[in-house]
Design a protein around this ligand. Sequence first.
Ligand SMILES: NC(=O)c1ccc[n+]([C@@H]2O[C@H](COP(=O)([O-])OP(=O)(O)OC[C@H]3O[C@@H](n4cnc5c(N)ncnc54)[C@H](O)[C@@H]3O)[C@@H](O)[C@H]2O)c1
Length: 386
Amino acid sequence: METLNVGLVGYKFMGKAHSNAFRKLGMFFSPSMKVCMKAICGRDEAWVRESAEKFGWEGYETSWEKLVTRSDIDMVDIAAPSNVHKEIAIAAAESKKHIFCEKPLALNLKDAREMLAAAEKNGVKHQIGFNYRFVPAVQLAKKLIDEGKIGKIYHFRALYLQDWIIDPDFPLVWRLDKKIAGSGSLGDLGAHVIDIARFLVGEFDSVIGMNKTFIKERPIVEKMTGLSATSQTGAAKGQVTVDDATLFLAEFKNGALGSFEATRFANGHKNGMSFEINGSKGSLKFEFERMNELQFFSSEDEAGTQGFRTIQVTEPVHPYAGAWWPAGHVIGYEHTFVHEMYEFVEAIAKDRQPVPDFNDGVKCCQIIEAVDLSIAERQWIKVDNL
Ligand SMILES: NC(=O)c1ccc[n+]([C@@H]2O[C@H](COP(=O)([O-])OP(=O)(O)OC[C@H]3O[C@@H](n4cnc5c(N)ncnc54)[C@H](O)[C@@H]3O)[C@@H](O)[C@H]2O)c1
C-alpha cells in the first residue's frame, strides 16, 4: 500500500484536531493509502517539539518554507490563521504537494482565486476544511434532499451563535484583527453556514446584510490558545477591526430564500450552529450541539400522526456512522475531522478531486465579500458580479 506523507502547519486548536484525525483514520476506516505523520510546523521550537511528541508526529519544523519544500512530504495541511493561507498554499502547490487548507480559504476573494489557480496549474489535489459537511446528520439531510423527500426548497434558515468574546475585557485575539483573520463572525462562523447552504440548497444569487462591532477596543492579548486568552492587568487597548455580528438575507438561484445570523455575542450559546430547511413536502432541522440527531417532518406521513421525528444518525446505514461504534453510541466534534481527512486521502489514492475543494472555498469568499459590499453600499448585491 502506498503511503501519504503529511506535513501540518499549526499545532493549536485546528492543529490538534487535524493531528487527532490523522491518528484515528487508520484505526476506524480502511483508507486506500497509509498516512504517515511526517512533520508538524510552528514558529516556537519548544512548543512545536512538545506538540510533535504529544500528537504523534515523526518530527517537526520551525519554518513552513522548509516544510513545504521537503522531498519526503506529499501533502501540506494548513491549520494556521488566514493571513498565511495564501503564501503557504501557493508555495506548496509550486512544490507539487497536495493541499488541505482550513477555512476561510483566504483573507479575501482575490487571494482565494490565486490559491485555486496555483493548485490547478500545478495539478495537485486541494480540499478546504468545511468539516460540518462531514457530520453524519448533515450528510443524511443532503441524501433526503437529493431523494426529493422534502420537495422543492422554499426556505433555508441558519444561525451560528457563540458568546466567547462577550466580555468587553476579553483580549484582542487574532480573530479580531482584520489583517490576520480577514473577517470576523462572518468569515469565521458565517463561512460554515454559507457552505452548508451551498451544499444543501444550491448556489446563491444575491445577498443583503447588516453588521456591528459592539466592542471597538480591547486589551492587548498576552497569551491565547483556541478560543481562550488572557491579557495583563491594565494592558493597553487596541482596535477591533472586524465584525462582532453579521446578519444577512439571501436569494438562491433556485428561488429559495435564506436568512443567516453569525455572532459571537449570543450569551449562553457556545457553538450554536443550527439550520432549518422548509420544502414543499417536508422540513429538516439540525442543531450542532445535538449533532447525532436530525429532525425530519414529512407531509406525506399519515394524517393524524404527522410531526417532526428525531432520527438518531448513528446506525451503520448512516453516512460514516458504521466506521465508529454500535448504533446509539454517539460521536462528537473531533469525528468530523476524521471524516474530512478520510475524504482527502481517498481522493488522492483514487486520483479524483476531493469535495469540498478550493472552488468551494472561493465561492464562500465570494459570498462573504458580496455580503460585506451589500453592507457598505446598503443594497442587494448579485454574487456573480464579484
Ligand atoms: N473548521 C473549523 O471548525 C475551524 C475551527 C477553528 C479554526 N478554524 C480555522 O483554522 C485556522 C487556524 O485556527 P486555530 O483556531 O487553529 O488557530 P490557533 O491560534 O489555535 O492556532 C494557529 C496555529 O498557527 C500557527 N501559526 C501562525 N502563524 C504561523 C506561521 N507564520 N508559520 C507557522 N505557524 C504559524 C500558530 O503557531 C498556531 O500553532 C484558521 O484559518 C481558522 O479560521 C477552523
